[in-house]
Write a protein that binds this ligand. Structure first.
Ligand code: GLA
Length: 450
C-alpha cells in the first residue's frame, strides 16, 4: 500500500516531557567526587548527550558532611570529596549549559544511614539550594522514625494502614514528611525553579499529592539493580492504572529509577530497557560512567536514539501500557521489592507474606501508547528465556485504532512497511531473541480520516 503522507518523528524538541539527565548512583554509588562530576558534565556535552536533551547532572547520597554548620544550621559538603564546596561545582555544570541536582532524604538522616536529611529543615535547605544554584532535588525515603531508630528499620512500614489504604505507607507517613519540602520548593520557585524527585517508591499514593506544579517526578519503584529481572520488575510497577491518569506534562512523571544501560546487561537487554523506559514516559537518567566513552560506544548509541527520546518527550504524554501477554496483569506486583546489593532480591514481604503470591511470567509482551498527531508507539518485547515466535493482530492485540499507518522501525530509523488496522496482523518469519524487542512508531498516512 502506498503511503501518501508520512508524519516523521520529531527529533530533539524538548518541552515539558519527562526529565532527562545523568545520576551518579548507578555509576559511582555513594562515592561521587567533584572531579568525576565535572568530567561527567564535559562528557555529556562532548558525547552529544546534552544536545539530545539530557540536562540534569545529579549527585546522589554522601555528598554531605556529617554535621550541619553549627552556626547557621546549613548543610555542608564533604570537603574531601568536594573541596571547593557545592556552588563552584554547580556553576561549572551551568557553564556547560546543564542543570545541577543534589540528593537528600525526607527524614533526619539519609538512606546510607548517618548524614543529615531535610526533615525539619525544609525551608533552610531550600534557601541553601537556591544560594548554591541547585536545579533538582532528589528526596529519598529511608528511616522515617528519625535518628533514634536509625538503622533499626530503614522502612518502618505501617502495615495496618497500608492494607487499609491499598498502598505501602510508612509511619510517619510519606505525606507528612514530604509535604513541607514540596511547600518549601514552591516558596522559592519565584527565585529558582527546582525540580523535585519524590523518591518514595510509589508509596502512600504519591501520585495523588505530589504533582502540584508538574515539575515533579516520583519514583514508582524500589531501587533498580544491574540485572534483567530487576529491570522488568520495575517496568511492571510503571504499568498501573493509578499512574496512567495522574502523570503527564502538567502533572509530573512516574519514574522507573535510573537506567542500568552501560553495565552488565546484554546489548539487546540494554536496548529493550531503554525503549521501554522511553515508551512508558519514565524520566531517563543515565547511570553509567561516561568518562572515556566514545560516541560509537554501544551504550552511548543506545541512549542516543533520537526516535525513542522523541517518543519519551511526545506532547501527548501518555505512558505506554502493556496490552498483550502482560506479566503485570497475570501476577500481583506490589512494587516493594529491593534488588540492590549485587542483584540479590530481598522482599519487604518477609513481614507480610500473604501479600505476595508468587509471580509468573509470560513470553512476548506488546506495549503501546497513543502519540500526538494520531501516531502510536508499539514495543514488542520477549521476556522469555528463549527465542519466541511473534504474532499479533494490530487492532485486537495491539489496540491500534482503524486507519492506515506507515510502520517506522525506531532502531533501523526507517519506514519498514504499512499497517492497515483492523485488517492486518504482524507475524514476521524470524523469531524474536530472548530479551530482545522491536520498537515501532505507527504514523498515519492520510488514507483514512484521523
Ligand atoms: C536509596 C535510593 C537510591 C540511592 C540510595 C543512596 O536506596 O532509592 O536511589 O539514592 O538510597 O543511599
Amino acid at each position: 500500500m502506498l503511503a501518501l503522507t508520512v508524519i516523521l518523528p520529531a527529533t530533539s524538541s524538548i518541552v515539558s516531557g519527562p526529565q532527562l539527565g545523568w545520576g551518579s548512583y548507578n555509576a559511582f554509588g555513594v562515592d561521587a567526587t567533584d572531579g568525576q562530576v565535572r568530567d561527567t558534565a564535559d562528557a555529556m556535552v562532548n558525547l552529544g548527550l546534552a544536545s539530545l536533551g539530557y540536562r540534569f547532572v545529579l549527585i546522589d547520597d554522601q555528598w554531605q558532611s556529617k554535621d550541619r554548620d553549627p552556626e547557621t544550621g546549613k548543610l555542608v559538603a564533604n570537603p574531601s570529596k568536594f573541596p571547593h564546596g557545592i556552588k563552584p561545582l554547580a556553576d561549572y555544570v551551568h557553564s556547560k549549559g546543564l542543570l545541577f541536582g543534589l540528593y537528600s532524604n525526607a527524614a533526619e538522616v539519609t538512606c546510607s544511614g548517618s548524614l543529615p536529611g531535610h526533615l525539619g529543615n525544609e525551608a533552610l535547605d531550600a534557601e541553601t539550594f537556591v544560594e548554591w544554584g541547585v536545579d533538582y532535588l532528589k528526596s529519598d525515603n529511608c528511616y522515617p522514625q528519625g535518628v533514634d531508630n536509625t538503622n533499626v528499620d530503614k522502612y518502618t512500614i505501617a502495615w495496618a494502614k497500608s492494607l487499609w489504604d491499598g498502598g505501602v505507607v510508612q509511619s510517619p507517613s510519606e505525606r507528612e514528611r514530604y509535604l513541607p519540602m514540596v511547600a518549601a520548593i514552591e516558596a522559592v520557585r519565584p527565585r529558582r525553579n527546582i525540580t523535585l524527585e519524590l523518591c518514595l517508591y510509589g508509596w502512600d499514593h504519591v501520585e495523588k499529592w505530589a504533582s502540584t506544579t508538574g515539575d515533579h517526578l516520583w519514583r514508582a519503584t524500589q531501587d533498580i539493580a544491574d540485572n534483567w529481572p530487576s529491570v522488568t520488575y520495575n517496568l511492571d510497577c510503571l504499568d498501573t492504572d493509578r499512574f496512567y491518569d495522574t502523570s503527564g506534562p502538567s502533572k509530573g512523571w512516574a519514574y522507573g529509577d535510573a537506567l542500568q544501560v552501560g553495565h552488565s546487561l546484554s546489548t539487546s537487554e540494554q536496548r529493550s530497557h531503554f525503549a521501554l523506559w522511553a515508551a512508558t514516559k519514565s524520566p531517563l537518567f543515565l547511570g553509567f560512567d561516561l568518562r572515556g566513552r566514545a560516541k560509537n560506544d554501544s551504550s552511548v548509541v543506545t541512549v542516543s536514539n533520537r526516535d525513542l527520546i522523541a517518543v519519551n518527550q511526545d506532547l501527548n504524554g501518555k505512558p505506554a501500557r502493556c496490552v498483550m501477554g502482560c506479566t503485570s496483569k497475570t501476577t500481583k506486583v506490589l512494587c516493594a521489592e529491593w534488588w540492590g546489593g549485587g542483584g540479590q532480591r530481598r522482599e519487604l514481604s518477609a513481614r507480610e507474606p500473604s501479600l505476595w503470591p508468587p509471580r509468573g511470567s509470560t513470553k512476548v509482551e506488546v506495549w503501546t501508547a497513543a502519540l500526538s498527531g494520531g501516531a502510536h508507539v508499539v514495543i514488542v518485547v520477549n521476556r522469555a528465556d528463549g527465542d519466541e515466535v511473534v504474532k499479533f493482530d494490530w487492532s485486537t492485540d495491539a489496540m491500534i485504532p482503524a486507519g492506515c499507518f506507515a510502520l517506522y522501525d525506531m532502531w533501523a530509523h526507517a519506514v519498514v512497511g504499512n499497517v492497515t488496522s483492523p485488517l492486518d496482523e504482524y507475524a514476521p518469519s524470524a523469531k524474536l531473541a530472548s530479551h530482545a524487542h522491536l520498537a515501532f512508531r505507527l504514523d498515519p498516512v492520510g488514507l483514512y480520516p484521523r
